[in-house]
Design a protein. Structure first.
Length: 255
């Protein structure tokens, strides 16, 4: 609620269509330059194939096997012309357990792993990354969450122990949710706070937030016509209203 959907750095357009063969998705965005990509996806019996052609002259392909074992998804992916992009990913999901891992297919690979488990209203999890080239941990984080009766409380220790986060979300009604977040940078000794909310109004979604640095943001997500969704985001410095606000517009159209 306090992060998802806010986009004031670019304008973007997403067009997707389903065919008898592959599903096609076209994405384009405008910042100081125009970028875009075309993605083709095909789902078969027990496998998925995806290919993405980007304006940066890169082609990414992946093949996923979904029926090797119950709950296991195995994905092999690579990007051309990046010779070090080959990756093997394993996703395993069962009741009360989710495990994700990836391994670079090079002589000195990077490996990442995340795991989460829960019982009742409690969920705990963690992630870690390791680079064999430097023989060092590239990241690690741990977190815990409690959800009950419309209230969710979460705590995370991230950035290899350098950042501590605490979050609270409370559902006042089916149409209105309020939230708060505190982020403490341990080495810098600095703390920021964010307050926000989300509401559903006449089929649209409105979100707003403000943080302790004075940055205020808002967005409106609405269906302009069937299968066409528009999101308008805006942000400004509430402590310096002389600065022009930033605005981003996104369109998602499905044919």
């Amino acid at each position: 609620m306090l992060s998802s959907g806010y986009n004031t750095t670019k304008h973007s357009l997403k067009l997707s269509t389903k065919t008898a063969g592959p599903d096609l998705t076209f994405n384009t965005s405008l910042t100081d330059q125009v970028t875009g990509d075309l993605k083709a996806s095909y789902k078969g019996q027990g496998f998925n194939v995806d290919s993405t052609f980007a304006s940066s002259q890169k082609v990414t392909g992946s093949v996923a096997l979904t029926e090797l074992l119950p709950g296991l998804k195995t994905t092999l992916s690579a990007t051309v012309p990046d010779q070090r992009s080959g990756k093997l990913a394993l996703d395993y999901s069962r009741p009360h357990l989710t495990l994700k891992s990836s391994l670079g297919l090079v002589a000195t690979p990077k490996a990442e792993c995340s795991v989460s488990t829960g019982a009742g209203a409690f969920t705990v999890g963690g992630e870690a990354g390791y680079d064999a080239r430097t023989s060092a941990l590239t990241k690690w984080s741990v977190g815990a969450q409690y959800s009950a009766e419309g209230t969710t409380v979460a705590a995370v220790l991230a950035d290899k122990g350098e950042t501590a986060k605490a979050c609270l979300a409370h559902e006042l009604s089916s149409d209105l949710t309020l939230g708060a977040e505190a982020v403490h940078k341990i080495k810098a000794g600095s703390t920021t706070f964010t307050l926000g909310g989300a509401a559903k109004l006449n089929g649209s979604t409105v979100k707003a937030k403000v943080d302790s640095t004075g940055l205020a943001s808002a967005l409106l997500e609405t269906e302009v016509q069937p299968k066409a969704k528009m999101t308008i985001s805006a942000a400004c410095n509430a402590l310096d209203l002389g600065k022009a606000p930033k605005v981003g517009i996104s369109m998602d159209v499905k044919a």
